[in-house]
Structures are given as structure tokens and as C-alpha cells.
Design a binder for this molecule. Structure first.
Ligand SMILES: Cc1cc2nc3c(=O)[nH]c(=O)nc-3n(C[C@H](O)[C@H](O)[C@H](O)COP(=O)(O)O)c2cc1C
Length: 185
């Protein structure tokens, strides 16, 4: 496995920890327009993808995030293995770089070496990026399969069936308890 380049940056100089209640972003803008960079793995081997669905809220009283991933995403494979991951949000000026993470799979490319972002380790040993403005670290709580029989509108059923046709598997919904939140100082 090729060596990746996580910079030994002093995390605390760049980011300050806040509570989930202190996240001031509008969730629809955050997830739907800024997009989420989902990163799983540790400094020796990690992978990121971009997501445009999901949200934040409470699950069984715990601050929780959720994302919808196609079952064949390499990032999902690493999330299942490590059971922790980060969701990172960037200023608009990094749109090109973050879209690159959605352009090809890390399973069969060197995209994490090629991406023009600086990886860094969180204090808990997960990976995010120096350029992020908001980092949400999660512990995997649940991974469920989106079954069209559990959905009640034709539109959502069609959406789920479409992913099945593409990947031969239904999409996965992942829920992660928020363990840390950091914002750029
Ligand atoms: C704007 C945008 C939004 C995306 N949203 C999602 C998403 O919500 N779920 C998903 O599974 N893939 C989504 N993708 C596709 C993945 O990011 C893409 O397939 C990525 O290359 C997967 O990488 P991986 O296999 O290395 O994990 C999105 C791509 C773009 C460009």
C-alpha cells in the first residue's frame, strides 16, 4: 500500500472544539450546497468521498449524523472496518478540490495523493483536512439498507431502485454518533 501524506500539523492551533449545539450552519445549505466530505481510515490509509445527502439531529437522544451511501463506495468499506469517520465542510473556494474526491473511487486510484488538500489527523486519530472550516467526528452507530418496501412514496422507491440497478445492491444509510465537533479558529 502506498504511503499517504498526513501532515503533522498542530491541530489545536487551527481548530477549536465546540459542542454539537453550537453548530450554527443551516443544515440544508451545509449538506445540500456545501457538500460533505466523508473521510474514513487512519493516517496510513484513509479515503474520502463527497456526499450530498444526509443530515444532523438526535437519534435515541444522542447527537447524530446520517449519510446515504451507495453500497460499493470504498469509503463505506473503511467506515465499516474502523467504525469512526469524519464529515468535513469547506469554504466555497475549495469546491473544485472537494468535487475531485467525488470524481473517482479510491479503490482503484491514487486520488488521496492527488487531491489538492492537506490531510491532517484529529486528536482522536481520524483524518480530516487543514482547509476544512467545520469537522464533525462520528462513531458508527448503525448501518442499514434502504429497502424500497420500507418507503412510501413512489419517488423514493424509484430512487432506491435506481441505485440497485447501478450497483446490484441497495443504498446504505449510516448513522454516526457525534463524538467531536471542531471549527476553524
Ligand atoms: C456533488 C456530489 C455528491 C455526491 N453525493 C453522494 C452521496 O450522497 N452518496 C454516495 O454514495 N455518493 C455520492 N457521490 C459520489 C461519490 O462521492 C463518488 O462516487 C466517489 O468517487 C466515491 O469514492 P470512493 O469509492 O473512493 O469512496 C457524490 C458525488 C458528487 C460529485
Amino acid at each position: 500500500m502506498s504511503e499517504l501524506n498526513v501532515k503533522e500539523i498542530n491541530f489545536d492551533q487551527l481548530f477549536k472544539q465546540i459542542s454539537p449545539e453550537e453548530i450554527s450552519d443551516n443544515v440544508f445549505t451545509l449538506v445540500g450546497k456545501d457538500f460533505t466530505v466523508i473521510t474514513a481510515g487512519k493516517k496510513d490509509h484513509y479515503n474520502s468521498m463527497i456526499g450530498s445527502g444526509g443530515g444532523l439531529g438526535l437519534l435515541f437522544m444522542k447527537p447524530t449524523t446520517w449519510c446515504i451511501l451507495r453500497a460499493d463506495r470504498y469509503t463505506l468499506e473503511i467506515i465499516q472496518k474502523e467504525q469512526t469517520y469524519t464529515l468535513s465542510y469547506f469554504p466555497n473556494e475549495y469546491k473544485k478540490q472537494i468535487l475531485f474526491l467525488g470524481s473517482k473511487s479510491g479503490r482503484d486510484s491514487e486520488k488521496m495523493k492527488e487531491v489538492e488538500l492537506t490531510s491532517l489527523q484529529t486528536p482522536s486519530g481520524d483524518v480530516s483536512f487543514k482547509e476544512a472550516r467545520l469537522i464533525i467526528e462520528c462513531r458508527l452507530t448503525a448501518l442499514t439498507t434502504a429497502n424500497p418496501n420500507d418507503f412510501y412514496t413512489q419517488e423514493t422507491k424509484d430512487y432506491i431502485d435506481e441505485a440497485y440497478k447501478e450497483a446490484n445492491q441497495y443504498r446504505k444509510l449510516i448513522f454516526g454518533e457525534i463524538t467531536h465537533v471542531w471549527v476553524k479558529k
